[in-house]
Design a protein around this ligand. Structure first.
Ligand SMILES: Nc1ncnc2c1ncn2[C@@H]1O[C@H](COP(=O)(O)OP(=O)(O)OP(=O)(O)O)[C@@H](O)[C@H]1O
Length: 313
């Protein structure tokens, strides 16, 4: 059911960001859940919003959907100011939303719930989605497992074929096969020109599917980068196998982080000039060298320090 959306699109600025956060701030009493957050999500990208539990991800998403009001600052979604209820309601016909807690009417069957959403927004892609994600449609939602709830939520979020999907921890509760299926689905949506904003505390999925990532900690945006750049800035993971054991003082340089020496094996993250690293290494009697990209969770630790464990799954 695209009629309402089509009525809006001619007025939309095609160059505009799909989502723009402009000093978005939300206080809950003494807690600053979102603190002056600013960034944009561009059309046709998968943007990962990453942070450990309680960092403020759900708060941002609820602000974007107009479910709560900002304390100060604002955001735009598909050109509508989130403080403008009428404008936001109009564009939401073209937004898919997967909440962290799915507020389905528990006594309905899955099919009845989808019928309800179909009457409001359309369901052109229902069958295609049910081939990928297959909750037991004839059962009451109150009997669903968390994975089945999430699958019903995914079908609901995408079946009206929105241009923008805002997803709160979309793979939580899904088994590994369905998680892979969801990642592939998100990539195919992006390739078809759709925009995806999703929150996660699972680093590996953000690394796998996102084009850009925003990292939030205690309500503040602490990083905003292309995934590739973030991985590059994280230095290189280096493992050197020496022909005999070596003293740490002889091998270490200032550019080596988290240096570990176990017997003849030396491991570290290298943040300096690669030529200098090679020059340094060849001074020693080497059996093997392995230089690779760091994992996002190592980079994440740089932002979170000891808190990283709560987000590093
Ligand atoms: N309605 C509320 N009233 C009071 N405090 C709240 C409320 N909602 C969230 N908070 C607080 O705001 C902070 C951010 O919470 P939020 O749910 O946005 O984090 P999150 O990153 O989504 O975490 P999770 O991954 O656990 O869902 C937390 O300290 C939380 O306790």
């Amino acid at each position: 059911m695209r009629t309402r959306t089509e009525a809006i699109e001619p007025e939309a600025d095609l160059d505009a960001a799909t989502i723009r956060l402009d000093g978005l701030t939300k206080h809950y009493g003494d807690v600053t859940a979102n603190d002056d957050i600013r960034f944009s999500v561009e059309p046709g990208e998968i943007f990962g919003y990453l942070g450990p539990n309680g960092a403020g991800k759900t708060t941002t998403i609820r602000l974007l959907l107009g479910l709560i009001r900002p304390t100060s600052g604002t955001a735009e979604v598909l050109g509508a100011d989130v403080r403008d209820r009428r404008a936001l309601t109009a564009v939401k016909a073209n937004v898919g939303y997967l909440p962290d807690e799915l507020g389905f009417e528990e006594r309905l069957t899955g099919r009845q719930a989808l019928d309800y959403f179909a009457r409001m927004r359309g369901d052109d892609r229902r069958d295609e989605l049910l081939d990928l994600f297959d909750p037991p449609l004839e059962k009451r939602i109150e009997t669903y497992s968390s994975g089945n709830r999430r699958m019903l939520g995914i079908v609901q979020a995408f079946m009206h074929d929105p241009d923008l999907a805002i997803l709160d921890e979309p793979t939580a509760g899904l088994d590994p096969l369905k998680q892979d299926r969801m990642h592939a689905f998100l990539e195919s949506e992006r390739d078809a020109g759709k925009t995806i904003f999703f929150s996660s505390h699972v680093l590996s999925e953000v690394q796998r599917v996102c084009d850009r990532v925003g990292i939030i900690r205690a309500g503040e945006l602490v990083a905003l980068e292309d995934i590739d750049v973030l991985l590059e800035q994280g230095g290189k993971d280096v493992r050197v196998q020496l022909s005999e054991p070596i003293a740490r003082e002889r091998f270490a340089t200032a550019e080596m982080i988290d240096l570990e020496i176990v017997d003849r094996t030396v491991r570290f993250t290298y943040t300096g000039d690669p030529a200098a690293l090679l020059e340094h290494i060849v001074q020693f009697d080497i059996d093997d060298v392995d230089i690779g990209d760091p994992q996002l969770d190592d980079i994440f630790k740089h932002y979170y320090g000891d808190d990283a464990t709560s987000g590093a799954e």
